[in-house]
Design a binder for this molecule. Sequence first.
Ligand SMILES: [Zn+2]
Length: 418
Amino acid sequence: MLGEKLKKDVTPDKKKLEILTQRLETKANTSQNTVTKNNIKTSEINNFSNIDSQNSIRSISTSENKIIIKFNKDYVKDDINQISRKVNNNYEYTFDIPGKYKYTNPTKLQIDDIDNITINDTPNSVNLKISNKEIRKITYSLTSRELTINIYPNQNQSIINNQLNSKKESNFDTPSTLPASISSSIEKSSKSKNKVIVLDAGHGGDDVGAVGQNSRYEKVINLNVTKYLGAILKQRGYTVYLTRNDDHFIPVKERTVLANDKNADLFMSIHTNAVPAEKANEIDGIETFFLSPARSERAKGVAALENKSDIREMSESSKDVFLESLNRPRITASHKFAIDVQAGILQAARSKYKDVNDAGVKEGPFWVLVGAQMPSILVEVGYVTHPIEGKRLYDKDYQQALANGIANGVDSYFAKNP
Ligand SMILES: [Zn+2]
């Protein structure tokens, strides 16, 4: 794909059309609703919730210190994407819920002592944000058709603040996922304290990696996602090193040297995938590889592409010997690590775009992983050659979401393999 001129994309942007249509529908529904709502007595409005029987979200309402979201279909925990962060001295707790709700706009939520609660439509989800000047304990529980968000009153405040101060308050400075409550996130950060992670942004400098439409370079996506990931992991208490922090080339064999020097617990190389121009419209998705001697044709293909810039001189037979000498426990650990990261990144990506393709966890002979002495994986965050995915991969919000998802994968790996 390198150096080859790609045809300009002239196919209409389906996604955009869909969004436009949805917006028009929402508009029509909203104006309908205003008419209905005007007929309701003011006294009833406070606790009244608009019932939407057509879309997947049925109602959003408050009751004392709870926000209750009811659904028309079954939801599982993985559907709900929860992010907590500190933005301009405010603590923000965001719930991204896939699906639509007809009455997002007219619905106003209020809870005592909470500064602001907003609900917004995104193309594929409804985004509920609780923001407050003071940190709050927030938990949530999900039954198949109901999500309950509990916001704890101020009395608990002193205890939680103390816990936080004694651990790490910076937990909230960048996006981080709060699985169930703040307290569980505190436990997590204490666990992550001694862990060292080395991140490798694939390619760099003259080695641009794969190239997509409109000169989208793999090396740029890799570096951005890696930098976001580094920042998020640091905020979660991990010790993080990057093989490169800017746009320069490092030979493949030197990338794992840092990981071994730092005695890292995990090594991760971030890449973006590509297919030849004639297949560009068909192939997309996220996949995670771990190093193993096994070689499927498919993995061989990706490995050949990623190994291209490798200047390591090794004969085919010595490669075989090397691969076979890999130890089993490390392969198993890398496999587990890959599964957790793939699950995390996919969930995060799908919170932005429902149609992100799961290309799965695979094993393959990637030379960048060969030298590493710790569990190591290579993540292909998507296809830069795909007209829609390639465009998304250049979007900062999407890059951040991917990074957040990978960080969640790291958390769950260490939760199971401390
Ligand atoms: Zn690559």
